[in-house]
Design a protein around this ligand. Sequence first.
Ligand SMILES: C[S@@+](CC[C@H](N)C(=O)[O-])C[C@H]1O[C@@H](n2cnc3c(N)ncnc32)[C@H](O)[C@@H]1O
Length: 497
Amino acid sequence: MSTGTFESLTNKILIGIAGAEPPFECQGDYKPYSRANNAGKCGILKKQAAFVSMLPNDKYLREERKKFLEMLGKSGHWDFERFMHGEAEKVNAKFLAEKYFLARYNTEKGYKELEKDQARVEENKKKRIRMTDRILRPYLNQYQPPEERILISQNITFNELDPIPVYCDMTAKLEDLVIPKTLAFDYTDCNFVNRELEPELVEAVEMSLDPRNHIKCECDGKNILCYENEDCPCYKMNKDMQALRSVNNTEPPCEFNCGFACSDACGCKGRCYNNALLLPHRFLFPLEIFRSDSVIGFQVMCPVFIPAGTPILEFNGEILELGTLNKLGPLYNEHIAYSLQCSFSDDTDFRNFFNQLNFADEYKEVLTNLYRKKEFWIDPMNFGNVGRMISHSCCPNLEVLRVYRKSLSPAHVSLVMVAIEDIYPRTPFSFDYGPKYKIDSKRSLQNYCRCGLFSCQGKGNQNEEFKKLDTFNMALIIQKLHKMRRDAYERNVKRKD
Ligand SMILES: C[S@@+](CC[C@H](N)C(=O)[O-])C[C@H]1O[C@@H](n2cnc3c(N)ncnc32)[C@H](O)[C@@H]1O
């Protein structure tokens, strides 16, 4: 592995050579770990793995909640336990039902089917399916780990501000523990671009430093609040970009798709509600990585409640063009299975959008080239963060939001994972890997999916009725599941030991 340094050109966009020191204060044995190759890393993890005894599940969750609320009390007055109720819950269930419905299809066919389905709502209402608590209980989707777990790493991030433990719940004896090589990567909490591999992208980042080519506001974040100020250039840009929405209709529709956030270059320093990265960059949520199924592999969950609409974490890695990924040869499939696309070559709307802005002509030209015939991906395979462990689901609880800061090159994109429903403690995080993944991936998840949720399209879901549900009945099931989870949570929270 090569070593080198990173130059921080703009906040959280690093240009450098893979293998450099991470941009945070790392603790513990980061250096020997990062210098080891894949097999060496697995060896280090295997050596340090040990059984640990946990508190009984309910008690553990109550303790975590208490700690979390105390921590929030110190840093602000957020009301983090706003559950979805009433009309808001109905609207959310309808939105989720449409998403799950579309997850059945690989292509635009889904949209046509959705239109037909919407036309049949009245008819569908007459065909309500029977769903008792007993039928729905297997789909509550809350993982209950054993009280004895193998702790593989106390903190895979090596950053004490963002501690994330890794557990394996599959093995009875330490000698039998296998550390899959997918766990052997270097942790990064920001995206970076390799100057040698992506010179054009680096050129764009350098040009974006010219004041004509970046966007920032002068709001002070106290008397003038960005999200209340119609003239805030960042907020205006955010609204315009949200209006662009989904690209070329192959992705399911989503509330959040594209946006623009305030940053450290602004008067508000990005400490405002027009910054979807505000919470993710505070590493607010106590996350945990666990492995309980050898097929799905590692997954991510949180021991505290997260309300719908919360931006939880950023997906980090190396920004690479598809052509560069193609040059990986036999490793291509592995990398692409972990990577997320952050720019689209067929995005004419986006090209028209930035060409109308007041950027310098040369910069617009560079941007146009970067968004024509090229697509950039964030590849977390060698350098990544906890986002790379999030699994696919046909009923996901996260949505990926594409947020730009400072300027509009593909290197200015952050992929933010936002909760699209209330997420109860120890529910595995998931998002829909999307139609492309289903087609490209070696083991198409269309057949293979093990998310195990009620509308899962995988072979494991034997409930054919649930697989074919219309959106009306799906929405009813979603509401009922939400209520069951909420009731169980409230019972647990109120219980005294
Ligand atoms: C981005 S990785 C997720 C992290 C991975 N689980 C690990 O252990 O490194 C994607 C891979 O996880 C597995 N996976 C994710 N979601 C799955 C699902 N719903 N069913 C089966 N396998 C899944 C598949 O092997 C997939 O190629």
